[in-house]
Design a protein around this ligand. Structure first.
Ligand code: EPZ
Length: 418
């Protein structure tokens, strides 16, 4: 198995460009099934999760052409296969995003149980209730979910009892072709939700209020398809900013949208990290004498759960005691034991809260990446630590960060993939 070997305790320097957002590309590609016209998407990150999704889209009968790096053209078939692959679906939880479009246009979808993620059991009750509010019938067998709407979907009232990002996006994808009007209450407000609605509206959809907790959709008979550019990845940008701060390096993180990181940037600056924030970049200038803080993850625009692990690594360098409260997922502290083995002083108070004492000196160790974001947190820790670290299971990191070793080498990181 491939692994990263990292020599720590050296400064980073230079500029790193942020890629297109994984958590937008995973939603816009399934939207290809909403129309019979070809969809061209640019600025697609070339990462494992996208490769898995494109394999499933191809398996459904669509033509997938890679026109150049990050540029894909999806031509939907007359009649796609809607009994999704039981080999491919469990590899990617986000495959559930195919249900909305396929159900809306082809009235039946068989979805093998979507892969959970190690960060939590990841139920899909919110999706099921949303599709039922649009008139679908949902059956669950031992091996799969069967979604059916023989008369097509009809607009209805969707109330999310729990905020769900992909649940909201699935509801938008399905309701855009339902007969009649749909209202969504307690919708997720992430920038990726807004970007999806904005693209669909350019192709004939009638979606109002995306990006706010209340969305209203007037279903239309047909949608066109055209070109879409993936928005910058705010989580990749945040990861690199935290990486530069944790190594007290001067790094410019460019091709990003700082407006999507308002809260994390405020928290990082209040800790004492010096930043220069431009229109489409954030430059980390220095990170000395850091103050501790108490962080609670929260749906957008709050502090994102996907930056919780990288932030915890920075907090090990703060002078004092910090607390981190993970309010979104029930199992997102798997990296803590490994940080403690490196010399951190972190206590897991309960599955949702940890206490971090700093500053500490970290030492290189042999590590294992449990999930995407814990994986990049371990890379950050290894870059700061004294000595050499080895990170195994780097498929998890490749799921969300394209070509990460080469890109970090360009800013001075001593990291190699073996
Ligand atoms: C999206 O996951 C992101 N993934 C996640 O990023 C991100 O951490 C998460 O939103 C929260 O911001 C993609 O967009 C592909 P949720 P999603 O549905 O939509 C519970 C990464 O590293 N829930 O908003 O799957 C769920 O268990 C990934 O890039 C239900 O109870 O997350 C969780 O506790 C990790 N029932 C909470 O809601 C449901 O039907 C939020 O989940 C759905 C979700």
């Amino acid at each position: 198995m491939e692994k990263f070997i990292i020599q720590g305790n050296n400064k980073l320097k230079g500029e790193i460009k942020v890629n297109g957002a994984k958590n937008f590309a995973l939603k816009i590609l399934p939207a290809a099934f909403l129309s019979d016209q070809p969809l061209t998407v640019t600025n697609v990150p070339e990462i494992e999760d996208i490769k898995r999704l494109l394999e499933i889209i191809e398996d459904c009968g669509a033509k997938v052409e890679r026109l150049s790096k990050g540029k894909y053209k999806i031509t939907p078939p007359k009649r796609p296969k809607t009994d999704l692959s039981k080999d491919l679906v469990p590899q990617l939880r986000a495959s559930i995003l195919l249900v909305g479009p396929l159900l809306a246009r082809y009235k039946k979808v068989d979805l093998p149980h979507p892969g959970g993620c190690i960060i939590g059991k990841r139920p899909i009750d919110q999706f099921i209730k949303a599709f039922e509010s649009l008139g679908a019938k949902v059956r669950c067998t031992k091996t799969k979910y069967i979604f059916e709407a023989p008369q097509g979907l009809t607009g209805g009232e969707i109330i999310f009892s729990k905020i769900s990002v992909t649940g909201t996006e699935s509801a938008i994808l399905a309701a855009s072709l339902a007969k009649g009007t749909t209202t969504i209450t307690n919708a997720a407000c992430e920038p990726e939700v807004l970007a999806l609605a904005e693209y669909l509206n350019t192709q004939g959809a009638k979606i109002k209020g995306a990006g706010t907790p209340t969305i209203e959709i007037t279903g239309v008979k047909k949608l066109k398809a055209g070109k879409c550019k993936v928005i910058p990845d705010r989580i990749e940008a945040g990861s690199f900013i935290l990486m530069a701060a944790a190594t007290d390096s001067k790094v410019k993180v460019s091709n990003c949208n700082p407006d999507h990181l308002t809260v994390p940037l405020k928290i990082i600056q209040d800790m004492g990290v010096k930043l220069e924030v431009g229109k489409n970049y954030v430059e980390v200038l220095s990170a000395k004498n850091l103050k501790p803080d108490n962080i609670a993850t929260h749906e957008y625009p709050g502090f994102p759960t996907d930056l919780q692990a990288p932030m915890a690594v920075l907090l090990t360098q703060a002078q004092g005691t910090s607390e981190v409260h993970e309010t979104i997922f029930e199992n997102r502290f798997m990296y803590v034991d490994m940080l403690n083995r490196m010399g951190a002083d972190i206590k897991i108070d309960n599955p949702r809260e940890i206490t971090i004492n700093g500053p500490v000196e970290l030492k290189g160790k042999e590590l294992e990446s449990p999930d995407i974001r814990a994986g990049i947190a371990l890379v950050i820790a290894a870059l700061m630590a004294k000595g050499e670290s080895e990170i195994n299971n780097i498929y998890q990191i490749d799921r969300g960060y394209e070509n990460i070793a080469q890109r970090l080498q360009k800013i001075g990181a001593k990291i190699k993939r073996v």
